[in-house]
Design a protein around this ligand. Structure first.
Ligand code: NAP
Length: 461
């Protein structure tokens, strides 16, 4: 039995409406994968190829003909061929007249050509109706059936009827078509698969910048200062102590930066008295990458947990513990239990544990597979209410950690405060402003504005 045929089980064999034949030009990876999927969905498939020989890789139920013969058998032709080979279509222009040509191609670089591949195809075959689709779906995902995360298929084209025909095929394959408008959108759609983590750039560069800043800050305060004034070599702090200071600082600051744009947007809306005026570009972009900022913050919080777990096995820590015991023995005195300190220490740990637990919960609910299963209100509850609770717990964790050291002169070396004190600035600003915003005199107008009310309707036009 043919190896391929075993995989091909028609998904919709009993559909009352007979599916129309689809032609695919090109028997390469993508053409074959799409052909498999189409046959599974009940479409008769004919391949147009330079070589009409049947290979074992080609789906068993498909025909392979020359380009001209195959094109005549279908109203829709999928061009699964790289753009640089499109010239072969020019002599076929007459046969392709009036047909729907589906451009699935991608480029190697963003904006590689002056016009999109789909527009180029439309210029080469002016009588055809060109539709751009399927370029964001990979051959591998089509064949392995792992399309869960990428079910969306961006579709664009100038001919509404042609676009509708392609969208029907997309739906029949179990995918979700997203109409992106006219063929002018093709360039943007072709750039999607080439973008390198666009939403991650700001969070990653910001966290790298902050990491570098706090690293040098701690280096100066904790290592260089001790070396200069106390002649002590604490350079080994670079391995665990300093990272374990930087990680919670970044986790807290980045978490606060997730909520700061929302607070700024609320202030802007209140000031303008409308939600219909666009936010500045920087604020829009900042709001779009809040999820990524939150996930980077979660990564730093997780590292902080790991670094904290190894504290008891550090040789510096066991040396400090034993020298404290020895000094008590030498003085023949026992330090009484300081219950205030014990309370502070336990509260600090408890706040950290609860904060981290909610942090993880926020991260889990931001996963598409989870967020798709909760409704809008549930999602908002978790991301907004629990998010603020996480910020409160983590801020309190840091405040309790500081305890009475905030006012102690020994906390200031070369007039530099402890790094964790700096990390509290943004979260405290966010929490204070948020508290002000929930006063009814501000919350009520803000809620009305968000429901569409305008203080001065003419000014927003
Ligand atoms: P491929 O494996 O290299 O196949 C391309 C096919 O084009 C060849 O098998 C050949 O088919 C045909 N061809 C090659 N040179 C030709 C020429 N001079 N004249 C006419 N036909 C020629 O490439 P692919 O991965 O299938 O990609 C095909 C298209 O799909 C590309 O535009 C790509 O950007 C797009 N795409 C691919 C993927 C993917 O995951 N692979 C995903 C999305 C979009 P015959 O031998 O049958 O003539």
């Amino acid at each position: 039995m043919n190896k391929n045929s075993s995989n091909i089980m028609a998904l919709a064999p009993n559909t009352s409406k007979k599916r129309e034949t689809v032609c695919i030009f090109g028997t390469g990876d993508f053409g074959r994968a799409l052909g498999h999927k189409m046959i599974q969905s009940g479409y008769p498939v004919v391949f147009g190829s330079r070589s009409a020989q049947i290979s074992s890789l080609i789906p068993k139920d498909a025909e392979v003909l020359s380009h001209a013969e195959a094109a005549q058998k279908a109203a829709i032709i999928i061009i699964a061929i790289q753009r640089q080979h499109y010239n072969f279509l020019t002599p076929l222009a007459e046969i392709l007249h009036g047909k729907v040509l589906v451009d699935v191609s991608n480029n190697l670089k963003i904006n590689q050509y002056p016009e999109s591949n789909a527009e180029y195809l439309a210029q080469l075959v002016p009588g055809a109706k060109v539709v751009k689709a399927f370029n964001t779906v990979s051959a591998w995902a089509l064949q392995s059936g792992t399309l869960d995360a990428s079910r969306q298929v961006f579709v664009c084209g100038d001919d509404m009827e042609a676009k509708q025909m392609v969208m029907d095929i997309v739906r029949a394959l179990g995918l979700t078509p997203l109409d992106q408008g006219s063929l002018l959108a093709a360039q943007e759609i072709e750039n999607y698969p080439l973008q390198l983590f666009p939403m991650w750039k700001f969070p990653i560069f910001l966290s790298l910048g902050l990491t570098a800043f706090f690293f040098f800050y701690c280096l100066i305060r904790d290592i260089i200062y001790s070396y200069v004034y106390e002649n002590k070599d604490f350079s080994f702090f670079i391995a665990i102590s300093i990272p374990n200071r930087i990680c919670p600082i970044l986790a807290l600051m980045l978490l606060a930066l997730v909520y700061l744009p929302g607070v700024l947007a609320a202030i802007l809306q209140l000031y303008r008295g409308t939600k219909y005026r666009r936010f500045p570009d920087w604020l829009d972009k900042w709001m779009l990458c809040r999820k990524q900022l939150g996930l980077v913050a979660l990564a730093f919080a997780s590292l902080h947990v790991l670094y904290t777990l190894v504290i008891p096995i550090r040789s510096y820590v066991s040396w400090r513990t034993s020298s404290s015991i020895l000094s008590q023995a030498q003085k023949n005195e026992t330090q009484p239990l300081n219950t205030t300190y014990a309370w502070l220490s336990d509260s600090y740990l408890a706040l950290g544990i609860l904060g981290f637990f909610l942090f993880v919960l926020l991260g889990i609910t931001s996963l598409p597979s989870v967020s798709n299963n909760v409704n809008w209100r549930e999602f908002r509850f978790v991301q907004s209410k629990l998010g603020y609770l996480t910020l409160i717990l983590c801020t309190a964790h840091t405040l309790v950690y500081g305890g009475n050291r905030f006012l102690s002169p020994s906390s200031y070396r070369w007039y530099l405060p402890n790094a964790y004190m700096l990390s509290l600035i943004v979260p405290c600003i966010v929490l204070v402003v948020k508290c002000v915003l929930i006063f009814p005199c501000l919350d009520k107008p803000l809620t009305r504005i968000r429901q569409g009310w305008e203080r001065n309707p003419q000014s927003s036009e």
